[in-house]
Design a protein around this ligand. Structure first.
Ligand SMILES: *[C@@H]1O[C@H](CO)[C@@H](O)[C@H](O)[C@H]1NC(C)=O
Ligand SMILES: *[C@@H]1O[C@H](CO)[C@@H](O)[C@H](O)[C@H]1NC(C)=O
Length: 213
C-alpha cells in the first residue's frame, strides 16, 4: 500500500502513460543544430512532408567562425537531393542515401520520462513533454527525442553516432501544414541539373550537416 501511494506521488495516479506517437505529417518551422565533433552551428528553416517524403532545409550557419548559407531539398522517393543556389539560380543534383525517417517516436522506443519545460505554476508558462530513447535504424547509433505530450510536436532530438558524436537539434516556431508548397519542388531552374554521382558517395541525412561546409 505504501508503495502504491509512493508511486502515485511520483508518477501521478491519474496520469496516462505516454505512448510513442507520430508527428503531424506536414510541418513548417525552424530548427537549430550543433555538432560535437565539428565547430558547426546551424539555424535552418524547414519544411517537412511525410506523405511525399520530402524535406527542405534552408540553413544559415557558422563553421569554424565563418558563416555560410546552404539550401537543400531532399526527395526520398526519388533518392535525390538538390543543392539550390538561389543567388545564381543554379543547382547541384545528387544521389540521396537512406530511407525517409518520419518525425515522432518509433514504437520500440523507451520512455525516459514526462516533464514540464518552463513552469507549471501559471497557465502558459509551461510545456508538457515526453522524452524517449532508442536505437537509430540499422544500429547506426542512438537517439533521445523530446516531443510535446499534446500533438507529438518535436521539441529536441539528440543523435549519437560513432561517426559524428553528438548532434543536437532543437525545433521551434512549428506550425502544422506546409506554408509554401512550391518550396518542396525543385525550382524551375533545377529541371536541367544533371545527377552528379562522380566520385562522391551518396549523401545521407547526417552527413548533410557534417561534411559539406
Ligand atoms: C574562432 O574564434 C575564436 C574567438 O575569436 C577563436 O578563439 C578560435 O580559435 C576561432 N576558431 C577557429 C577554428 O578559427
Ligand atoms: C553558383 O553558386 C554556387 C555556390 O556559391 C557555386 O558553387 C557555383 O559554381 C555557382 N554557379 C555558377 C554557374 O556561377
Amino acid at each position: 500500500m505504501k508503495l502504491l501511494i509512493l508511486s502515485c506521488l511520483l508518477a501521478g495516479c491519474l496520469a496516462q502513460e505516454p505512448r510513442p506517437c507520430s508527428s503531424p505529417p506536414l510541418l513548417t518551422g525552424a530548427l537549430t543544430m550543433s555538432t560535437q565533433k565539428e565547430s558547426l552551428w546551424v539555424y535552418a528553416k524547414y519544411l517537412y512532408d511525410a506523405m511525399g517524403q520530402r524535406i527542405r532545409l534552408m540553413e544559415l550557419g557558422t563553421y569554424e567562425n565563418k558563416t555560410f548559407s546552404y539550401d537543400v531539398l531532399l526527395l526520398y522517393r526519388e533518392a535525390t537531393m538538390y543543392e539550390i543556389h538561389r543567388h545564381n539560380r543554379t543547382c547541384n543534383k545528387m544521389p540521396l542515401k537512406g530511407d525517409f525517417q518520419p518525425m515522432g517516436i518509433p514504437k520500440d522506443a523507451s520512455l525516459l520520462g514526462q516533464v514540464v519545460l518552463g513552469s507549471s505554476s501559471e497557465p502558459g508558462e509551461g510545456l508538457l513533454v515526453n522524452t524517449w530513447t532508442g536505437d537509430l535504424p540499422e544500429k547506426a547509433g542512438k537517439f533521445m527525442s523530446t516531443v510535446t505530450e499534446f500533438g507529438c510536436i518535436p521539441v529536441s532530438t539528440l543523435f549519437h553516432t560513432d561517426r559524428f558524436g553528438w548532434m543536437v537539434f532543437s525545433y521551434f516556431d512549428n506550425v502544422i501544414g506546409i506554408l509554401d508548397p512550391q518550396d518542396l519542388n525543385p525550382p524551375p531552374y533545377c529541371q536541367h541539373a544533371e545527377m552528379k554521382a562522380g566520385d562522391k558517395e551518396p549523401v545521407d541525412f547526417f552527413s548533410l550537416f557534417n561534411n559539406k561546409h
